[in-house]
Unconditional design. Structure first.
Length: 202
């Protein structure tokens, strides 16, 4: 029985197909398993066609990192901007969504925020550019909204945002790396953590 091939990519969309396939491989099998040769076989294309878009495996991985950040921002940013929910509700939903992303995609999460490619990420992603860091600036916007409503102290929102992210990121990292064996109590841990954060920001 012949092995079923992946669905062919649409002509002219090889770059996106390479990025999406590479992201899926990293997500399910890990960063070390990905090779350009494997990608060419999965997509039924040639090495020369791949090299027209990515000169090296590292260049491809940097493209995956950029795509991964974009997918995370697409999950997070609308939550911050949803004014049909209260500020506190948006904080809660944001945190749960972020944690679920890390738990469901641990390999991708480590690639986005781990030590590997740290310097390359810093050069590629400008956090001072609102168009590149939509999630961060949406969080800052929510914090300014919370300040106006008197929910939190009127202090530097960038420092407040960094504090919130550090707390949730730390919890996510402990969970996916097996240092916090309390997934059965995750809901209670998260609710307590966000309550402590908001109390501290007041």
């Amino acid at each position: 029985m012949k092995e079923k091939k992946n669905a062919p990519y649409h002509h002219g969309n090889l770059k996106e197909a390479l990025l999406q396939t590479a992201l899926e491989i990293i997500d399910t099998e890990g960063l070390d398993t990905i090779t350009l040769r494997d990608l060419t076989q999965r997509l039924g294309t040639s090495r020369s066609a791949v090299y027209r878009h990515f000169v090296s495996k590292e260049a491809l991985i940097l493209g995956v990192i950029e795509k991964g950040y974009g997918e995370l921002d697409l999950l997070i940013t609308p939550i911050f901007q949803d004014r049909s929910r209260s500020v506190a509700e948006r904080f809660e939903v944001m945190g749960k969504t972020y944690l679920n992303f890390a738990i469901e995609h641990p390999n991708l999460y480590r690639l986005l925020f781990g030590e590997n490619f740290r310097h390359e990420r810093e050069e590629m992603c400008d956090y001072k550019d609102e168009s590149q860091a939509t999630g961060l600036y949406a969080l800052i916007g929510l914090l300014l909204e919370a300040q106006e409503e008197g929910i939190i102290a009127q202090e530097n929102p960038i420092i407040q945002a960094a504090t919130i992210w550090a707390s949730i990121h730390g919890l996510a990292s402990l969970l996916i790396d097996g240092h916090l064996m309390m997934r059965d109590n995750l809901e209670a841990i998260y609710e307590y953590s966000i309550g402590v954060l908001l109390k501290g920001l007041r």
